[in-house]
Design a protein around this ligand. Structure first.
Ligand code: 6PG
Length: 231
């Protein structure tokens, strides 16, 4: 499986490399099509990257559209909410108009939240697929909230899924499906820590594509993944 990788020796370099790569993808998309549609993952790894990215003054943030790759099904003001994480990091500095933000409405009932988010993504992607996704990976190999073994129904026609986890924060999750991940023009995996890099190495050294065990294989199969790594 082919992918690009950028190895960083320190946390500082990891953030700098991640921000430079993301800022480049964003400005390239804006130059090419007048806007950039970016999907953001939550979790702890991307927070310092989002904080620094938001401070970039060479990006026309009014032309950036943000959606969440996944969220926890809790109040949007809860500390475990990914939309709160994005508001407190990237959006603390990046002046992105509210109308350019698309988050799952977790104040709705779960089924209505999924249905509404699907409609929002259909509208967001009506002209073009997402330009760049920011992915993380858990030590079980999950990306987004696609937890291995990824259920067969996840590989259907839906854009958004309800998934569950008992291993990570918040049991009920709203996540984009493999369809969205494979449609992206580019994806950036942000990975920190020896244990996670061992998991990543096992994922990419798999002889055969196995997206049920390794959902990152979906993104790897596009040949459009760049991994930014820090031990
Ligand atoms: C989430 C994320 C999830 C995350 C991984 C890694 O909602 O938690 O979207 O997919 O990227 O769990 O999280 P860490 O960066 O916290 O290790």
């Amino acid at each position: 499986m082919t992918f690009d990788s950028i190895k960083s020796e320190t946390e500082e370099d990891f953030v700098k490399n991640s921000v430079a790569l993301l800022a480049g993808k964003i400005t390239d998309a804006i130059s090419a099509k007048g806007e950039c549609i970016i999907g953001l993952s939550g979790g702890s790894t991307p927070v310092p990257v989002y904080e620094e990215l938001g401070k970039r003054t060479d990006i026309d943030w009014s032309k950036v559209f943000v959606f969440l790759i996944d969220d926890r099904f809790i109040e949007p003001t809860h500390d475990d909410s990914n939309q709160k994480l994005v508001r407190d990091s990237l959006l603390a500095s990046a002046n992105i108009p509210e109308e350019n933000l698309l988050f799952p409405d977790t104040t709705l009932a779960l089924d209505a939240c999924v249905a509404t988010y699907i409609m929002g993504l259909i509208k967001l992607f009506s002209e073009t697929p997402p330009d760049v996704l920011v992915l993380g990976m858990g030590e079980d190999g999950h990306i987004a909230s696609l937890f291995p073994p990824v259920p067969e129904h996840a590989f259907g026609e839906e854009l958004v899924l309800h998934t569950e986890t008992d291993r990570f924060a918040v049991h009920d999750r709203i996540t984009v499906s493999p369809l969205v991940i494979m449609a992206a023009q580019s994806s950036i995996l942000l990975l920190k820590g020896k244990e996670k890099i061992k998991v990543f190495d096992a994922c990419v050294s798999s002889e055969t594509a196995d997206p049920v065990r390794w959902p990152l294989h979906i993104s790897l199969a596009t040949g459009k993944l760049t991994a930014v790594l820090c031990q």
